[in-house]
Structures are given as structure tokens and as C-alpha cells.
Design a protein around this ligand. Sequence first.
Ligand SMILES: CCCCC/C=C\C/C=C\C/C=C/C/C=C\CCCC(=O)SCCNC(=O)CCNC(=O)[C@H](O)C(C)(C)COP(=O)(O)OP(=O)(O)OC[C@H]1O[C@@H](n2cnc3c(N)ncnc32)[C@H](O)[C@@H]1OP(=O)(O)O
Length: 223
Amino acid sequence: MDFRLTDMTDEEIAQDLSVVEPLTDSVRDLIDAVIRTEVDAEHLIAAREQIEAVVASLRAEQKPGSYGVPFTKKLHGMPYGNAAVGKRNAIAPPLEIEHQADGSATSKVVLGAAYEGPAGLVHGGISAMLLDQLLGEAVSRQHGIPCFTGTLTMTYLRPTPLGALRLRAETTGNSGRKYFVRAEICDADGPTVTAEAIMVAPANFPRHEELQRLRAQLAEAPE
Ligand SMILES: CCCCC/C=C\C/C=C\C/C=C/C/C=C\CCCC(=O)SCCNC(=O)CCNC(=O)[C@H](O)C(C)(C)COP(=O)(O)OP(=O)(O)OC[C@H]1O[C@@H](n2cnc3c(N)ncnc32)[C@H](O)[C@@H]1OP(=O)(O)O
């Protein structure tokens, strides 16, 4: 796994995000508008030309390949291209994850037209992606090591409506590098989907205590 530290300071990262996040929101809005627009073909062609001009302006300077996951000097990951939570990725649903004192990870999200599977309902693959991310975040934050999904088992209890949803994930135990995690999506009437996963901490990754030491060393280093 590629590991690199960014040389941006915390202030520079905050400044970058203050510009980038509203841009990502605008692109999300664009996706929703394209799905639901009922304007005529002439307007659609004009819109396409405008979008192509914006794309060309952004292509003027591009990173090669994907965004990757640089780390800040405090070892906070910056997964800005991530499919589920990337702050630069308009395909990612607007998922903000909170870490609770009991070790669980929770999120409230409103899923619109871009996440539809069956009519009016959330696509099952989107539910799996969101819960996979939350499961990973719960275990990784609680135990201080990023884990990979080994096995993910989804149970679709009943259809999940588009709109406001709540998500929760918690670790239930571990055996060596294997962590057992479960999660659910709820609508106003309760759970619609549950997931169980075995997340595996890669053998060659530093353990929590080592990371704490590394964090302390980096915190003392000049910016
Ligand atoms: C640098 C500073 C970092 C600081 C970070 C601190 C905190 C981070 C905070 C937040 C970060 C959040 C990150 C996570 C968020 C979201 C998660 C997204 C999840 C994904 O989107 S991730 C992509 C999809 N995922 C893959 O792309 C995995 C591909 N795969 C592999 O990379 C390997 O395959 C791996 C690693 C799974 C295992 O590799 P390995 O070499 O370690 O395995 P090994 O054989 O040693 O097995 C050891 C024990 O795991 C058992 N085991 C093995 N494989 C299993 C499986 N599949 N299912 C169930 N159990 C399995 C064995 O049975 C054995 O169990 P036992 O010990 O009981 O025998």
C-alpha cells in the first residue's frame, strides 16, 4: 500500500478544502440536475458545451493517476478521491462519519436520485458501499490501524427508501488480526439493511502503539 506524507500545513489543507468542498457539492448538484431535468434538447446541448468547457479548464493541470491517500503530519488520512467519502469526489454520497465514545461509527445521510436502484429505492450496491466504509472506519479508528474488508455479508431486510437515513457500525470482537464488525442502515421505521464483516489488519502495517510513537515524533518535527 502506497504511504506518503503531504507537505501541506494544516492551514493549507483547510484552505484547500474550503474551496474544494463547495466545488464537489456543485458537481453533485449537477449530477442530480442532469438526472431530473426536463428542459428541451437545445438546452441539453448548450449545457453539455458549458460542461465541456469547465472540464477543459480543470484539465489544464492534473495529477497523474488517482488521488491516492496522502497523510498529514499528524497521520490523518486525506482520502479525497475515495468513492464513499472523498471530499473531492462528487460520486461519493455526502457521508459525514462521526466516531462515538463507545467506539461505534455513525452517520446521517440524505440519498437523492443519483443513488437509485429499484424505483424510489436505494441501489443495493450503494448500501453495501456505505456500510463497508462505515465498518472500516469503525474498526480502524477504534483500533488505530486501517483494515481491509476480507468478507462482507449483506442482508437486505426490506427496501431502503431514498431520502434521510441513519447508519451505525460497531466492532463486536477480534481474533488476532481479524476484526468482526456489524452495521445497519435505518430509515424512519428502523433497520432496512444489516451487514456483517470480517476486516483484516494487514500483517505489515504498524500497530497502534507504533503509530502513536510516529505521531508524537512527527508532531515535534518542524512544519
Ligand atoms: C500510516 C498511518 C495510518 C493511521 C491510520 C489510523 C486510523 C485509520 C482511520 C481511518 C481509516 C479508515 C480506513 C478504512 C475505511 C474504510 C474501509 C474500506 C474497505 C475497503 O474497501 S478495502 C478494499 C477491499 N478489500 C480488499 O481489497 C482486500 C484484499 N485482500 C487482502 O488485501 C488480503 O487478502 C487481506 C488483507 C484481507 C488478508 O491478507 P493477509 O495476508 O493479512 O491474510 P492472512 O492469510 O495472513 O490471514 C490473516 C487472518 O485473516 C483471515 N482472512 C484472510 N483473508 C480473509 C478474508 N478474505 N475473509 C475473512 N478472513 C480472512 C485468515 O483466515 C487469517 O485468520 P486466522 O489468523 O484466524 O487464521
